[in-house]
Design a protein around this ligand. Structure first.
Ligand SMILES: [Zn+2]
Ligand SMILES: [Zn+2]
Length: 168
């Protein structure tokens, strides 16, 4: 059985959400990605001191809808936390958030979405600059990544997915 993956998106990113669903399934063929519907970011998530959304607040308050195993939320405001002046995305507790605030194209947002999904299915960072699981701190680094996992990460993804089936 495939693992069911939901995509929430702020309404402005609805065209991006379908493209991203396609990229998720191309890179993680064991996931079944569905659009879970539009979801706006609450005003209370805005940290006016830092001038950005607090990533932990967003992740903690994101509710996984019934019959989904994982959820990702596509937003457009800047995100960060006390340790990171900014982030393209973050993942934890079966949930992930990615933002296009510092990314210019849907493809770049899709690459970072796939990166966070990689973490959700148990993948660690990869040292290969062209692999989706490489950590990116600049838009250029995101652009330089290929739209795929290296062979080593792909093998771990298959192994992790088998382990995942037993816990979900
Ligand atoms: Zn990462
Ligand atoms: Zn890799």
């Amino acid at each position: 059985m495939k693992t069911k993956f939901g995509i929430y998106y702020i309404s402005g990113l609805s065209p991006a959400a379908s493209v991203i669903a396609h990229h998720i399934m191309a890179n993680f063929p064991l996931l079944e990605a569905h659009l879970a519907g539009p979801l706006e970011v609450p005003l209370t998530a805005w940290d006016s001191y830092r001038g950005q959304y607090d990533i932990h607040f967003l992740l903690e308050n994101l509710v996984i809808p019934d019959d989904y195993d994982f959820i990702i939320w596509l937003i457009n405001g800047d995100i960060g936390d006390s340790w990171h002046p900014y982030l393209f995305g973050a993942a934890g507790y079966k949930k992930a958030v990615v933002s296009n605030a510092r990314l210019g194209t849907i493809e770049e947002l899709a690459k970072e979405a796939c990166h966070e999904i990689g973490h959700l299915v148990g993948l660690k960072h990869c040292c290969r600059h062209d692999c989706l699981m490489h950590t990116s701190w600049t838009e250029k680094e995101v652009r330089n990544k290929l739209f795929g996992l290296c062979e080593k990460c792909r093998q771990s993804m298959i192994k992790e997915h088998d382990a995942l089936k037993n816990v979900l």
